[in-house]
Design a protein around this ligand. Structure first.
Ligand code: HEM
Length: 213
């Protein structure tokens, strides 16, 4: 720090733990649900594949500049983060009372939680919220939406520090997978939502991968 004091072993362990957990479990959940959504929606899967093929041409590796061009793919990732937010809720211990704009308040000492999962399926904001429709995130369709209607990475001063990294990681994982495989669902074993700290499926997410020749 500014006084030249380093991290203790315990501090270091806490930092490693934070980045291992926040940076691994979350993206694993995000990638799994993304693959699940695209397996169920082959038309969107194919559109992503064509976009990626168009950007990469003959290359089979991804360059930094490619990531910014994946417009349709980004909309598909956001739509799966909406339906299956890897962090389904965030909570806080109130160190002081809070008064909301409608006059209601909560006392200090409360535990307050925001369900990101419920927010993302709020019927007042999202038409047919259960339907997977990446076009919700086109510039035209997002323009009028409240900036806090979609919060997979939370908001405010403690929002996700890794969100750009996470988006890029998901783009790379998806792009390299779609170039090689077709994702198909396994109808006999649909996932069962299990909202722990990270959104999981209690029976796994079973998909078929068909090699593309
Ligand atoms: C799809 C992937 C990810 C999602 C959905 C996600 C979501 C979130 C959310 C909702 C929070 C706020 C938690 C809270 O307020 O209680 C958060 C915080 C955080 N995330 Fe992520 N995250 C993802 C990936 C990552 C990655 C890849 C990293 C690091 C490389 C990372 C590092 C962090 C850290 C360090 C915090 C704490 C920030 C702070 O408290 O100031 N996350 N993340």
């Amino acid at each position: 720090d500014e006084n030249g004091v380093g991290l203790s072993d315990e501090d270091l362990r806490a930092e490693v733990d934070t980045f291992m957990f926040e940076g691994h479990d979350t993206t694993a959940s995000g990638i799994s649900w993304l693959f699940y959504c695209l397996a169920l929606h082959p038309e969107h899967q194919q559109q992503c594949r064509e976009e990626i093929q168009g950007i990469l041409g003959d290359r089979d590796t991804i360059e930094w500049e490619d990531l910014g061009k994946m417009t349709y793919t980004t909309m598909c990732i956001k739509e799966s983060l909406r339906l299956f937010p890897p962090v389904p809720a965030v909570s806080r211990h109130l160190s002081k009372p809070v008064t909301f704009s409608d006059g209601r308040s909560l006392p200090a000492g409360c535990q307050a939680a925001v369900s990101i999962f419920a927010l993302h399926r709020n019927r007042d904001v999202w038409e047919d919220p259960e339907i997977y429709d990446p076009l919700r995130f086109s510039p035209e369709n997002s323009a009028q939406r409240h900036s806090h209607a979609f919060l997979p990475f939370s908001a405010g001063s403690r929002n996700c520090i890794g969100q750009q990294f996470a988006m890029n990681e998901m783009k790379v994982a998806l792009a390299l997978t779609l170039l090689r495989f077709e994702l198909c669902p396994e109808p006999s074993r649909p996932p069962t939502l299990l909202p722990q700290i990270v959104l999981r499926s209690s029976n796994g997410i079973h998909l078929h991968l068909k090699k593309i020749h």
